[in-house]
Design a protein around this ligand. Structure first.
Ligand code: BES
Ligand code: ZN
Length: 872
């Protein structure tokens, strides 16, 4: 039984007051900050009731209503709330003066210090650590903010919206003040403030309607040169949202601040985004191609929130996916449009399968729209984000693009300036798309099950070929396991399919077709007039719904699709299936040599057909399945065995295609120096080839890798490091040292070195990890650094999963320490123990002992929630 109280969706009641206006005054002193808030408050029902405000670690100095100071017995105060027993029945002004201490706040929530500058993080419930307030997303107000501070310590003072005034204090010219006004209604979680020594890089953007927007990026001195990529990305995002959705930016300036100490990736505060510095500061010398693409998409994501999240926000945190799933869908579409839709789809599916599917099988599995939670910070999960995005993608597919955009427009028009629910969204999407719901070709109520039910649905597919009439009959059966029990829930599952004739490779005999599977529609008839032989069925093309499936396709069908399918996802998926088969068979001491030979033949053929025109795709096809995916092939997981066999598999392939890989590597060198995004395919392929070749023991390649550590492209340098990683060789050591020496003064790049050191095999054992944690460049207050070392360590399979259980205990002890400083970071990393029940006994027992150790410690409620779920 949980010892903690959960919040339930069914308990939602409207807040009884409106707060149309808030005036906030921050007086920043050397070791505290005085906050004065003045709120215009209107009882919704014109009657007096209890006014409950949230507050966390705030020292109350004074409180008044309509200018009249309240007595001690007019209100109650405890460690979470301030309750005013009765308020006026008509509009009144509540003034609260209080004091907070951001200088000793290590949680990185509310107002806190990062490298000498003050910054905020309010989502989800950080505002209550700044000022007494309802701090719930359905209370929307217009904010005016005055900031006052020392001019030399805090020359830059920022908040949301437009600048209204700035100047020196008339009675003290060492201090200055600035007033910011945000004309848009917003919830408290979008409030932001930054104060410190920052340098500004600015640019302009002109909207389609001709409005000029000032783009302002604030960074620490010396980092100005790394802002170009972020600025370009923002401009692309602004343009894309105008062209695609007709949505323009609404303020005169758009500010982004980069901070080193940040729990998440980035935050969409209205007009003042705050970013983890690793997601702003970048060029091709310091960041890999993957990181550049990631930054482009995160900048876009936060920008897209301005409409899906800020202008229309969430009624409560149960609706989190309303803004996050939708905005991930938007950023995925953006990247897809800018680069390659096929490749982007593979990337997203691979992520979904290796993270969201795993989450959904484990103890922290939950619905996209959950019914209850304990700590909301624990709900920023891949289910809310990536599965949420998949649901919208299914809607886009079933409605068709044109109707989908009509639906989106209606949603935005209807709910602009308000706080909405998931159902509001779905209903207006369908209404906008079809005007009348009865015309919608699928059952909308049934579709909502995707939001309400946890678990990954499974689809069984059986085919039969009617040779007399040339018809392929396909029957589908769906099975939904939610909350770990099978039930009769029916899902609406869109299935994109096509067919290939075995003789006429490459040309599908049926173009992409959509079949929507639900209770009343389970059998598909594909008519293939003139065909004599059963075709090859290509199914779930583009990964048309987030399910797993089992079909009666033969190995030869998969080989056929791997070589011929014109759908990137489907082709890649077939290769992944074959690789998993081979690795699985080997792990069960049942190697299938004929399959291996056929697969290697197919790989050789793919290299020939793709090396020149599509090196990125070729590299993707050559990449082995993710570790988590391999683990899920087994009832009882033996992580060390799986890790070793997956390496053996690469050695096997590497040795069989050695000659081709070497020639290919040479040919690639010509194009690897082009600026991103050009040359990224060649760079990725070269890295993939290096990984195969180092494993085969190729001395020349190892030498090559060492030399490439100083390559001007970070992608190449990191590819070289990566290729040497599994070896634990003198070359690995040398490469790592040389990387460290080049980058030791750049904290963002150094994090990747920390992760590398923590995750690579080594003979000295856990001492290496301990040394990293006490390294002079390691910063305990930076979640990036903690995640690099502890997250890296959890991927160091032989060390973390060592059979003496020492790896697990070490992790437990360190997480207990992290939790004291930063609960949000600890509760995220503690999920490395989620799968304990699925491991073989020796690992299972060790993990269990470690989780118990954390459970016995004095931990935060965030971490406790996760630990209790894992233990259940
Ligand atoms: N709103 C979130 C940031 C956030 C999440 C703040 C949880 C506080 C608690 C932001 O829009 C976001 O989703 N950021 C992601 C990156 C994004 C590209 C998916 C992140 O920070 O990882
Ligand atoms: Zn987001």
């Amino acid at each position: 039984m949980s010892t903690q109280k959960s919040i339930k969706l069914s308990d939602y009641v409207e807040y009884p007051y409106l707060i149309p206006k808030i005036y906030l005054d921050f007086d920043i002193r050397n070791d505290y900050v005085v906050v004065q808030s003045s709120m215009i408050i209107k009882p919704k029902l014109n009657e007096s009731s209890k006014l409950i405000l949230q507050g966390n670690r705030i020292k109350l100095l004074s409180i008044s209503i309509n200018g009249k100071e309240l007595n001690k017995d007019d209100y109650e105060i405890n460690d979470k709330e301030l309750i005013i027993d009765s308020t006026p029945i008509s509009e009144f002004e509540l003034k609260i003066k209080s004091q907070i201490d951001p200088f000793r706040n290590t949680s990185l929530e509310g107002l806190y210090l990062s490298s000498g500058m003050l910054t905020t993080q309010c989502e989800a419930e950080g505002f209550r650590s700044i000022s007494y307030h309802p701090d719930r997303p359905d209370v929307l107000s217009k904010y005016t903010v005055r900031l006052e501070a020392d001019r030399t310590l805090y020359p830059i003072l920022l908040s949301n919206g437009n600048k209204k005034y700035s100047g020196y204090l008339s009675n003290n010219n060492l201090r200055h003040e600035i007033i910011w006004e945000d004309p848009f209604l917003k919830p408290s979680y979008l409030f932001a403030l930054v104060a410190g020594k920052l340098n500004l890089v600015s640019e302009r953007y002109t909207t389609n309607s001709g409005r000029l927007i000032d783009i302002k990026i604030y960074v620490e001195s010396g980092d100005e040169k790394y802002t170009k990529h972020a600025i370009n990305s923002l401009k692309k995002a602004m343009k894309w949202d105008e062209d695609k959705y007709g949505l323009e930016y609404d303020l005169d300036e758009y500010k982004i601040v980069a901070v080193r100490h940040f729990n998440m990736g980035a935050m969409e505060n209205k007009g003042l985004n705050i970013f983890n510095s690793k997601l702003v500061l970048a060029d091709s010398k310091t960041s890999t191609d993957d990181e550049l693409e990631r930054i482009e998409s995160v900048i876009a994501h936060e920008y897209f929130h301005n409409w899906t999240g800020n202008r229309i926000t969430c009624r409560d945190w149960f609706q989190l996916s309303l803004k996050e799933g939708l905005t991930v869908f938007r950023d995925q579409s953006f990247t897809s449009d800018l680069h390659s839709p096929g490749l982007k789809r593979i990337e997203d599916v691979s992520f979904l399968r290796n993270f969201q599917f795993i989450e959904d099988k484990g103890p922290t599995s939950h619905a996209v729209k959950p019914k209850e939670y304990i700590a909301i910070d624990n709900f920023y999960t891949t289910t809310i984000y990536e599965k949420g995005a998949e649901l919208i993608r299914m809607l886009e597919l079933m409605l068709g693009k044109e109707r989908f955009f009509k639906g989106m427009n209606l949603y935005i028009k209807t709910f602009d300036g308000s706080a909405a629910t998931t159902e509001d969204f779905i209903n207006s999407l369908i209404k906008g798309a079809y005007l009348e719901e009865k015309n919608c070709p699928f059952d909308v109520k049934k579709f909502l099950n995707w939001y309400y039910k946890s678990g990954t649905p499974k689809v069984h597919i059986d085919q039969s070929w009617d040779s007399k009439n040339s018809i392929l009959n396909v029957s589908f059966k769906q099975q939904v396991d939610c909350d770990k029990i099978s039930d009769n829930t029916e899902m609406v599952i869109p299935i994109l399919y096509s067919c290939y004739s075995r003789e006429k490779e490459l040309i599908p005999i049926v173009e992409d077709n959509l079949f929507v599977l639900d209770k009343n529609n389970k059998n598909l008839k594909i008519k293939l007039p003139g065909e004599k032989e059963a075709p090859v069925l290509s199914i779930f093309r583009g990964f048309s719904s987030p399910v797993v499936w089992e079909s009666d396709l033969s190995i030869n069908d998969y080989l056929f699709l791997f070589l011929n399918d014109n759908d990137y996802f489907s082709r890649w998926n077939s290769g992944q299936f074959l690789m998993r088969e081979i690795i699985k068979k080997r792990l069960c001491n049942n190697a299938n040599y004929s399959l291996e030979d056929k697969f290697i033949y197919a790989i050789k053929k793919s290299i020939k057909s793709l090396e020149v025109n599509d090196p990125f795709f070729l590299a993707t096809l050559l990449t082995t399945p993710g570790f988590a995916e391999l683990e899920s092939l087994f009832e009882k997981v033996d992580p060390i065995n799986i890790y070793r066999e997956s390496l053996n598999f690469q050695v096997l392939i590497g040795n069989k295609i050695l000659h081709q890989l070497k020639i290919l590597a040479k040919n690639l060198l010509v194009n690897i120096n082009h600026e991103w995004p050009m040359g990224k395919g060649e760079r990725k392929l070269l890295g993939t080839i290096w990984s195969y070749l180092t494993l085969t023991g190729d001395k020349i390649v190892k030498k090559n890798c060492i030399e490439s550590i100083s390559h001007p492209s970070m992608t190449i340098a990191r590819a070289a490091l990566g290729a040497l990683k599994p070896l634990d060789s003198p070359e690995t050591e040398e490469a790592s040292n040389s990387f460290y020496n080049i980058w030791k003064e750049n904290p963002v790049v150094l994090d990747s070195w920390f992760a590398y050191e923590a995750s690579r095999p080594n003979k000295q054992g856990i001492d290496v990890i301990e040394k990293l944690l006490s390294h002079s460049k390691f910063d305990w207050k930076a979640p990036n650094a903690i995640r690099a070392v502890l997250g890296g360590f959890s991927k160091n399979i032989e060390l973390f999963h060592s059979h003496d259980g020492q790896g697990y205990l070490f992790m437990a002890d360190k997480l207990i320490e992290v939790d004291k400083i930063n609960p949000i970071t600890a509760s995220r990393i503690v999920k490395v123990f989620s799968k304990w029940k699925s491991y073989v006994d020796k690992n299972k027992e060790g993990m269990y002992e470690s989780i118990l150790r954390i459970n016995k410690a004095n931990i935060s409620s965030n971490t406790r929630e996760v630990v209790e779920l894992i233990l259940k």
